[in-house]
Ligand binder design. Structure first.
Ligand code: ZN
Ligand code: ZN
Length: 410
């Protein structure tokens, strides 16, 4: 049997979304209602636990069956893994921004004017970064989209409890990082050293000389935040005995899944925004299962983007686009031998514009599921579903329906 787990980021909403209804209620979702509600069983899920407002990273860990209180070390490591950096348990990672420092040495722009060209050349120049104090520590920098990137320090005895050099503030110098314990103090001192070195390398870089000539803000510093030591979690294969792939576009989600041992598969047109080609992502998922993978994790990001933008119309439209994609999956999946779960990783109501602790609607469909009476899929119908209300662990629940889950005990 095969398993597909679909997470539509920020799916859940509140009656304040649109005239007393949630976006999911307003959206036309005939395919979701048919494949999931009528042929499946539904419920409400607290992504981590009741009364916990989830981040996307902690929520995904919990949905995959990892206790985030045990394994979550910070965001940097997932961002780095998500942009393709290979990591080991000796890595401490940060998310970075290219930033602009003015002639007084103060931060003038945290995003270097949202730099959109020549970042490859800057990345190449930063390949020379190294610690003189701790030459055994390997320093790696990789750019991502626009001003974004990641910095990883690899070496023995490095701690991850380190304060950021990105103060989220303008008009002040880059703050010195400090560490909470002996090992983290070492990390902080290397981070400070590397931050100064990057200033020197970038300041004189031809890309920045050119930018200044053109009246653009130079990318003459990197600011780091989200410090995280690589979490030593067992892979999905070690934990459940299944091979798996992740189909996603956002670096954070790709990163969480890669750290959990899922193989990342690139999809053309997948952007992680409301405009993403999510049909191509569904097609790739089916491909992966046909090529022999036991499980695919498919992530749709757009609903959360629209929620943060407080755009109810965009969220509703995006949910309808997800519905079309479910329609394609309905026709192109062998439903005799596949279980599919569909949920949000947290609720993101339009009026609040951020994640809340409200439970998310969830459905599981497939041949081994005890169908309930639900006819539609939304936050209200799911209150009456057969899955009741539960916390996280959606992946192992779905794997169990597919007879793929190892037994606990004798
Ligand atoms: Zn999320
Ligand atoms: Zn979000």
């Amino acid at each position: 049997m095969k398993t597909i787990m679909i997470v539509t980021d920020g799916l859940g909403g509140r009656p304040t979304d649109i005239d007393g209804k949630t976006c999911l209620q307003v959206a036309e979702t005939p395919e979701i209602d048919d494949l999931l509600a009528r042929r499946g069983t539904g419920g409400l899920m607290d992504p981590i636990a009741n009364g916990v407002r989830p981040g996307s990273d902690t929520a995904h860990l919990s949905l995959f069956g990892y206790d985030p209180y045990e394994y979550y070390t910070g965001r940097g490591v997932f961002e780095a893994a998500g942009i393709g950096m290979d990591l080991t348990e000796n890595d401490v990672c940060f998310r970075t921004n290219f930033a602009t420092i003015d002639s007084n040495g103060n931060i003038a722009d945290r995003r270097a004017g949202r730099i959109s060209e020549s970042q490859d050349e800057l990345e190449e120049a930063l390949a020379d970064l190294e610690s003189e104090k701790f030459p055994e520590v390997e320093v790696r920098f990789k750019r991502s989209t626009q001003h974004r990137g990641a910095l990883c320090l690899r070496g023995p005895e490095l701690g991850g409890n380190v304060s950021p050099t990105d103060p989220h503030e303008l008009g002040i110098p880059i703050p010195e990082s400090s560490g909470q314990d002996e090992k983290s103090k070492k990390t902080a001192s290397i981070l400070n050293e590397v931050t100064q070195q990057a200033r020197k390398i970038l300041d004189k870089h031809p890309v920045n000389e050119q930018r200044e000539k053109e009246g653009k803000l130079p990318a003459n510093a990197i600011l780091s935040r989200g410090s995280a030591k690589y979490p030593e979690l067992p892979s999905v294969e070690e934990k459940y005995g299944v091979t798996s792939s992740v189909i996603a576009a956002g670096a954070l989600y790709i990163g969480v899944a890669r750290v959990a041992g899922m193989a990342f598969k690139q999809v053309e047109g997948a952007t992680g925004t409301v405009d993403s080609n999510i049909l191509n992502k569904a097609k790739k998922s089916v491909d992966e299962l046909e090529k022999g993978k036991d499980m695919v994790f498919l992530h749709f990001k757009g609903a959360d983007n629209a929620s943060h933008d407080q755009d109810a119309e965009a969220k509703t439209k995006y949910i309808e686009k997800v519905d079309d994609t479910i329609g394609w999956l309905k026709k192109n999946t062998d439903w005799e031998s596949t279980h599919l779960s569909f949920a949000g990783d947290h609720s993101s109501p339009i009026q609040y514009g951020d994640h809340v602790a409200d439970p998310v609607p969830v459905m599981i469909t497939g041949p081994n599921v005890r169908r309930d009476e639900l006819k539609t899929f939304d936050e209200y119908s799911c209150m009456k579903g057969g899955l009741g209300r539960f916390s996280g662990n959606l992946l192992p629940m779905t794997l169990s329906y597919s007879n793929q889950l190892p037994k606990f005990g004798a």
